[in-house]
Design a protein around this ligand. Structure first.
Ligand SMILES: [Zn+2]
Length: 52
């Protein structure tokens, strides 16, 4: 389940730990912390840092 919106997620059969998947419902990016048991965490938002 998506930790953000509780939507059911289809984890690809070939998903790997540390892979980022996007929730189809809310669009949140989720990192697969662990596959067995399945643990998902919101991926840190990566913002382009263009510097000054
Ligand atoms: Zn979601």
């Amino acid at each position: 389940m998506c930790p953000e919106c509780d939507a059911e997620l289809n984890i690809p059969a070939d998903a790997m730990e540390n892979e980022i998947i996007a929730c189809p419902d809310c669009g949140a990016e989720l990192e697969i912390i662990s596959l067995n048991p399945l643990q998902l965490e919101l991926a840190p938002e990566v913002e382009e840092d263009w510097g000054e």
